[in-house]
Design a protein around this ligand. Structure first.
Ligand code: DGP
Ligand code: NA
Ligand code: NA
Length: 212
């Protein structure tokens, strides 16, 4: 899987999907597979709740604080900006990054509240464009059945339906839609193949910026 990776850059692989779509488990599985293949890969997730901006986001999601919708939108974006330079140096240094949520979450969740979609995209212009976006497609009703939601702010079925609509309007040629209602093993197998191909194809391509 890693032939030639000593000289090539790493790939930016993003997983997106509704809450309880299985992203986090699949990210972990994919990462350990990649490591087992001798591929230099790291997992990452947004929001990164460990920074001070991330702590504000975390308190908001837990309904411990109230914030204006646009303010929250900009905090999520700022939380990604905090990591952009590190992400670029990792990728250029040959490390693949498998990222649980990215700018697409940023736009889909905020636009689902009724904010203008173009306004929502603007603060994320200039992030590194992913080489591959894997969307784990799960019906909102099915996702809700999976052990229920944890009680965070957005974990409500009607809201998740609107998020799914916004996600679908963001699809581009880097997106692959995977049926997240299939078994864990089947989904895992599909992700391995998509990621392996992506890593090989990305090695010699320059990094580009997200421009929606
Ligand atoms: P997670 O830690 O992946 O469960 O994400 C927490 C919640 O925050 C989840 O409901 C998705 C939502 N979310 C993730 N990224 C963003 C973002 O950039 N903007 C907004 N508004 N919501 C986001
Ligand atoms: Na969540
Ligand atoms: Na998650």
């Amino acid at each position: 899987a890693n032939a030639g990776s000593k000289s090539g850059r790493g790939a930016l692989i993003v997983l997106e999907g509704l809450d309880r779509s299985g992203k986090s488990s699949q990210c972990a599985r994919l990462l350990s597979y990649m490591e087992g293949q001798g591929c230099r890969a790291e997992g990452w997730r947004f929001p990164d709740r460990g920074t001070s901006v991330g702590q504000m986001i975390s308190a908001y999601l837990a309904n411990e604080s109230q914030l204006d919708d646009r303010t929250v939108h900009l905090l999520f974006s700022a939380n990604r900006w905090e990591k952009r330079a590190l992400m670029e140096s990792k990728l250029l240094g040959g490390t693949t990054r498998i990222v649980d949520r990215y700018s697409y979450s940023g736009v889909a969740f905020s636009a689902a509240k009724g904010l203008d979609i173009e306004w929502c995209k603007a603060p994320d212009v200039g992030f590194i464009a992913p080489d591959l976006v894997i969307y784990l497609d799960v019906q909102p009703e099915k996702a809700a059945e999976r052990g229920g939601y944890g009680g965070e702010r957005y974990e409500k079925i009607e809201f998740q339906k609107r998020v799914a609509d916004r996600y679908h309007s963001l699809r581009d040629s880097t997106w692959k839609i995977v049926d997240g209602s299939l078994s864990m093993e089947t989904v895992e197998e599909q992700l391995r193949e998509l990621a392996t191909n992506c890593i090989q194809e990305s090695q010699e391509k320059p990094l580009t910026n997200l421009a929606w």
